[in-house]
Design a protein. Structure first.
Length: 123
């Protein structure tokens, strides 16, 4: 379970482009989340092990890996933490991905999806 019921949910954001990482971080923080942003899979796995993560949002095309590959490793560490794959195109395999969100989705829809995923996890 992630944090206490009235604290801000902690979201792990995995994006290797620092500009997109900061943009998404600001959007999520404005919506009431505490965001831990990382730019590589090694840091993502270390953070997942150490922090009370409620949800992971990962880009699909990461440097040297994919979001799907990362999801496989994350589910070995904390199988109950939901993973949202945020990508411009749907990969052929969504194994270990809880929700796919196209980067073209409006911000309001993206936030609605994140809220629903976090709420289900915290319940």
């Amino acid at each position: 379970m992630c944090q206490f019921p009235f604290s801000k949910p902690v979201v792990l954001l995995v994006e290797d482009d620092r500009i997109y990482l900061e943009l998404r971080r600001k959007v999520l923080e404005k919506d009431g989340y505490r965001v831990i942003g990382v730019t590589n899979t090694e840091d993502a796995l270390d953070t997942l092990r150490e922090a009370p993560i409620c949800c992971t949002i990962a880009d699909h095309m990461l440097q040297g890996s994919t979001g799907v590959d990362l999801a496989v490793e994350m589910k070995k560490i904390k199988p109950d933490v939901p993973i949202i794959l945020f990508s411009g195109s749907m990969p052929g395999n969504l194994r270990n991905i809880d929700v796919y969100v196209n980067k073209g989705e409006p911000t309001a829809e993206f936030l609605r999806i994140v809220r629903n995923v976090v709420q289900r996890y915290r319940s």
